[in-house]
Design a protein around this ligand. Structure first.
Ligand code: NDP
Length: 645
């Protein structure tokens, strides 16, 4: 599915009325554009033009092969190509006309009741250029046409937030307005993508099933964006092959280093390297058995038929996977099971005593899981591969995850690992640290610092489980495959690194006063408030942009039919949820005092993670929303930290 848009729509396209298209295509004996020339190519089915490079010209069919910025290649008629200079000229000419005039002009020329101008040309063209058009048809039929600005939404979209910004959502394509079948037919015919005389072949290519599937995609596009259709991953992240190869070793080594340092009496960075334990002491079969028990207990909870079943975002083929939302129930059941164990005098600080061995067991398990995931991904159909993990390089795909949603039956491995064994495991580890602190220091009560760390992080985990559905729209689920990065991150990094503050406090008691505790609590509450309200605002908006409760918010339309909030939290900075998350991370470290930097590892690492994640998301949004995203960035200049970054 190579023709998913990944390029920026040009504002110049907005000035194009369509009447100029009666150019001299059929009279033109020679080509107008040379190979290698950078021109503006019209996107089939829209009035938007994108920067393209001419790669070749077919003398017989008179079609240009042009390459878009993302590598997509299409065969275009000369009439659908403009030189950049002409474009600039037209822009200035039409800039004097009012937006309403421009839009009404488009509106008239594209009224479904009027024959499309391209239709008049299509029959003769189809006679002359069957082969090339067939190529275009097959490529176009794979594309989620709905994502391209359709007649209706293009008309409404002018890419100018100031003039189109609204606090209602009327720009969102309504299902009735779209009339998907008509729309598809119009686009296909208007752009001569279908040889009229070849009705039989036409029926083969556009069978009822295909039209139906495309219709479904279009219908859903009113509210949700379809993730980019899988194609080869061209832009490698995380330092490419060398970077990912290094990370496969560096990440486990970091966990080991942090845990060993935390065990030191003086965990100063100057005490590097920490004494290494004997290799055989790192592994204990019983610990591995307990880990497996934990993992499969959570899997059992996941399988329980309790909680609602929801649909995820549409996949590249328009299909939606179903997910059971019962993470919070799993947490309650886990709490009940733990309570029972503690009641029967089970020594939970066993976890503390064998902490390193648990981390090693989890790391070994995540590596085995990653190998399994990679092997099974080799048999996965192309359309089920992750857009970000399909580079063709073994190490890179192994690390980033080759298959997007690996499932055993209805058991979704990535979704399960994302919030269950690791996240719930994190708070269980915290509780074990709290009990270990009381036992080791003969305390009848845990320290205030330990209580703060436990409560703050418990709130965070419960919040994530309570709002489990929101994970379905995150990059982890929609874009990243399930490979070593997420398997290790979910099963090792989260539970064993995020619990570092509690682990640190066991060996390094820190006394804090009530006023300090109150100040830290306020800081955490501010962070949580920003984090939660920003996430809720966006989730509600994505779920139902017409929600009357969001009527006070303003948004700008985008060519995909989805809007971008420009007021409220998302008008404050471009990632207010990251800001809240970072404030909370700081509040989790502060109870550990200022003696060592080790408990601050989390907040330092987390800032790096979110800055990097923000850049990745920014990149994806730019591809998705093009000009509208640029306008959003102009309107909301700061990414995470207001007036700083
Ligand atoms: P976000 O929740 O930040 O979502 C980013 C997406 O939101 C974009 O891709 C875009 O998607 C949409 N969007 C962006 N701007 C706007 C806007 N102005 N209006 C409407 N929609 C907009 O993604 P993450 O998955 O990165 O983060 C989710 C949460 O998880 C965050 O709170 C983050 O802090 C937290 N997190 C925690 C981690 C941890 O280890 N503790 C690690 C990573 C994340 P679209 O338009 O397609 O909807």
């Amino acid at each position: 599915m190579r023709i998913e848009a990944k390029f920026l729509p040009s504002s110049r396209a907005r000035c194009h009325t369509g009447t100029e298209e009666r150019d001299s295509f059929w009279k033109m004996p020679n080509r107008r554009f040379a190979d290698g020339e950078v021109v503006m190519g019209r996107w089939p089915g829209s009035v938007l033009y994108y920067e393209v490079q001419v790669t070749s010209y077919d003398d017989v069919s008179h079609l240009y092969t042009v390459k878009y910025k993302d590598g997509t290649e299409l065969a275009l008629k000369e009439s659908d190509i403009r030189s950049q200079s002409t474009f600039k000229h037209r822009k200035s000419q039409s800039s004097s006309s009012s937006p309403s005039r421009r839009s009404s002009s488009r509106s008239r020329s594209r009224s479904p009741g009027r024959p499309a101008k391209g239709r008049r040309r299509s029959s003769s063209q189809s006679r002359e250029h069957k082969d090339d058009k067939k190529k275009t048809i097959s490529e176009t039929s794979l594309a989620p046409l709905a994502l391209k600005p359709s007649e209706n939404n293009t008309r409404r979209y002018n890419g100018e937030p100031d003039s189109t910004e609204r606090n209602d959502t009327s720009f969102v394509i309504s299902e009735q307005k779209l009339k998907p079948d008509l729309e598809i037919a119009r686009v296909l015919e208007q752009y001569s993508l279908r040889p009229r005389k070849e009705e039989k072949k036409k029926e083969e290519m556009y069978s009822e099933k295909k039209i139906f599937e495309t219709k479904k995609v279009i219908e859903k596009a009113s509210l949700k964006t379809i993730e980019k259709a899988p194609s080869k991953t061209k832009e490698l992240e995380f330092g490419g092959r060398i970077g990912t190869f290094t990370l496969i070793f560096f990440l486990p080594a970091t966990v080991l280093y942090l845990l060993l340092m935390c065990k030191q009496d003086d965990p100063s960075l100057m005490n590097f390297p920490p004494p290494l334990p004997a290799l055989e002491s790192l592994w204990e079969a019983r610990v591995f058995g307990v880990f497996l028990l934990w993992f499969f207990l959570q899997a059992l909870f996941y399988l329980l038929p309790i909680g609602k079943v929801v649909e995820g975002l549409p996949l590249s083929n328009g299909r939606k996977l179903q997910y059971r939302i019962n993470g919070f129930y799993a947490f309650v059941l886990t709490a009940a099971a733990l309570g029972t164990l503690l009641y029967f005098q089970f020594e939970l600080h066993y976890l503390y005593d064998h902490f390193l061995q648990f981390a090693v067991s989890a790391a070994a398990f995540s590596m085995a899981l990653s190998i399994y995931l990679y092997i099974r991904s080799l048999k996965a159909p192309e359309e089920e591969l992750a857009p970000g993990g399909n580079s063709g390089y073994f190490v890179y795909d192994f690390f980033t995850g080759h298959e997007l949603n690996p499932r055993i039956g209805s058991f979704d491995l990535k979704y399960f690992c994302e919030l269950r064994p690791g996240l719930i495991g994190w708070v269980v580890i915290n509780l074990a640290m709290l009990l270990a602190e009381m036992k080791i220091h003969n305390q009848s009560m845990p320290s205030l610092a330990m209580i703060l760390v436990n409560s703050f992080q418990l709130l965070y985990v419960v919040d994530a489980l309570w709002n489990e559905e929101a994970v379905l729209t995150t990059m982890d689920i929609t874009h990243d495959g399930f490979g070593f990065m997420l398997a290790f991150g979910d099963l090792v990094w989260v539970p064993f690194v995020y619990s570092l503050q509690a682990f640190y406090l066991v060996g390094h008691p820190t006394a804090i006063s009530w006023p300090v505790a109150a100040a830290i609590t306020i800081l955490n509450s501010i962070g949580y408030y920003i984090f939660r309200s920003a996430n809720s605002q966006k989730n509600s908006f994505r779920r139902n942009p017409a929600d009357p409760k969001l009527a006070y918010l303003k948004s700008i339309p985008t060519a995909t039919g989805k809007g971008l909030l420009v007021t409220g939290w998302w008008g404050f900075v471009r990632h207010p949820n990251y800001l809240g998350d970072i404030i909370m991370a700081l509040a989790w470290s502060l109870p550990c005092g200022f003696n060592h930097i080790l408990p601050y590892f989390y907040v330092i690492y987390f800032i790096c993670l979110l800055v990097h994640r923000e850049a990745r998301d920014e990149h994806h949004c730019k591809q998705k929303y093009g000009l509208a995203w640029e306008r959003y960035c102009q309107r909301v200049p700061y990414r995470i930290f207001p007036y700083i970054y």
